[in-house]
Design a binder for this molecule. Structure first.
Ligand SMILES: C[S@@+](CC[C@H](N)C(=O)[O-])C[C@H]1O[C@@H](n2cnc3c(N)ncnc32)[C@H](O)[C@@H]1O
Length: 147
């Protein structure tokens, strides 16, 4: 959720997005956050959830990013990606806005994934996640990036 124009993390995200193009079709979708629109936090999350779930297609595996989710190591994440490839699934990783993700998004998720038990700003979570997706593809290909 939300655009990243901070200049802090976005160059790194762009770099990994361009590296990922060698391995897969990758699209970064920045949906407008509802939290700045004078809605109560709960209402903002519900509004954002409707937009997120409205984009879900039958072939998608939704991965809800949440610090309370399951923790995988990089090799385990690479196996998850490989399994999605084998099953011809599109992975839709969703990072929440300031208020986090609505329960309905977590309920609809194929996997709720934690990057750590610590709360990260969502723009930093985006950078960490995309690096891990890139790393996972290099693991699948047996390339030396992951040591
Ligand atoms: C600022 S955090 C929201 C925190 C919110 N208070 C909550 O309880 O979810 C914004 C988003 O970044 C992502 N995020 C932050 N820390 C994370 C972590 N450790 N693991 C996975 N995702 C994380 C999640 O998608 C979260 O919805």
């Amino acid at each position: 959720m939300g655009k990243d124009r901070s200049g802090l993390f976005e160059p790194g995200v762009r770099e990994y997005a361009s590296r990922l193009e060698h391995y897969t079709r990758f699209e970064l979708v920045e949906l407008p956050e509802a939290s700045g629109k004078k809605l109560k936090p709960g209402d903002a999350k519900t509004a954002e959830a409707e937009v997120i779930l409205g984009r879900l297609k039958p072939q998608d595996w939704l991965v809800a990013m949440d610090e309370r989710g399951k923790q995988l190591d990089s090799v385990e994440l690479s196996r998850y990606l490989a399994k999605a490839q084998t099953g011809a699934k599109d992975l839709l990783f969703v990072i929440g806005g300031d208020e986090g993700l609505d329960e309905s998004v977590r309920q609809a998720a194929h996997l709720t994934l934690s990057l750590s038990r610590m709360t990260l700003p969502h723009r930093l979570a985006r950078l960490v996640l995309i690096e891990q997706i890139y790393r996972a593809f290099t693991i699948i290909k047996g390339e030396p990036y992951h040591k």
